[in-house]
Design a protein around this ligand. Sequence first.
Ligand SMILES: Nc1ncnc2c1ncn2[C@@H]1O[C@H](COP(=O)(O)OP(=O)(O)OP(=O)(O)O)[C@@H](O)[C@H]1O
Ligand SMILES: [Mg+2]
Length: 306
Amino acid sequence: MPAISFQNVSKTYRGGQVKALDGVSFDIAQGEFFGLLGPNGAGKTSLISILAGLAQASGGRVLVQGHDVVSDFAAARRALGIVPQELVFDPFFNVREALRFQGGYFGVHNNEAWIDELLQNLGLADKAEANMRQLSGGMKRRVLVAQALVHRPPVIVLDEPTAGVDVELRQTLWQFIARLNREGHTVLLTTHYLEEAEALCGRIAMLKQGRVVALERTSELLKGRASTMLRFKTDAALPANLAAQARITGRIVQIKAHDAAEVESILTTLRAANCPVEDLEIGRADLEDVFLEIMQEEEQKKGVTA
Ligand SMILES: Nc1ncnc2c1ncn2[C@@H]1O[C@H](COP(=O)(O)OP(=O)(O)OP(=O)(O)O)[C@@H](O)[C@H]1O
Ligand SMILES: [Mg+2]
């Protein structure tokens, strides 16, 4: 049984004018650390809202641990710990009360040891008695993470948990989430920090305009595409065949190469064209290169079909 199953999920807003999700289907297996990536407006939060039962799909269905999020809402919701993208909190509670209350909502009592562990691991121990109103934005986000985990859900969903938080929290947060993942929790993460996704996620889905445009193991995604990037600066015009495949930002040129032979052939072409290069670097393509490449391919496909 998959931890999460999205089955042909669609979502339209404003009476069908905005198509936020367009037939999204994929499963996330038990114990996976899964990344959901996509540009602003791609539909990530819409998909998570449907998963959380906060929004209704216009079509298709979603299962969590085998429970339909509509017809079996309570069981599906109990299996989930969700850290929402928007900061929402109750201003009348202090941190510990907020966590107790959230636990109570799921029928979890006598949970103080776990609450202390959460506070400790999220760097909130000295804020336990602070009122939610007194916390900084980053601290509130830590509390949201703790709230999501208070009932020890098997499936943890994080919608941009590190947006606007400092380096220290990012590291403590990922250490803690990675530990929970090792202990068997399934994790679904959306982020715009691609290096985070690359470091953490075993598998990645990329959404664009409500459709899945890539779904692969992270290692395959990186390997299957350009594996090497050649970066250099030049003031000269590139030979036409290279210009066609290069990403040019001012003086900076980036060209993909699949292997060492291709790197050599690019350098030979540049030399033959008397094109002087400075600050030449050969680097491994990262998830950001792959992401941009896939998004560009999708734009081109759209251009062809439009
Ligand atoms: N309540 C709403 N009413 C109308 N349109 C909406 C609503 N919520 C989202 N949308 C639209 O649906 C599309 C998908 O939005 P969504 O928030 O799911 O994107 P996202 O991938 O989470 O983006 P981001 O990276 O900016 O968080 C966008 O075009 C957005 O404008
Ligand atoms: Mg979002």
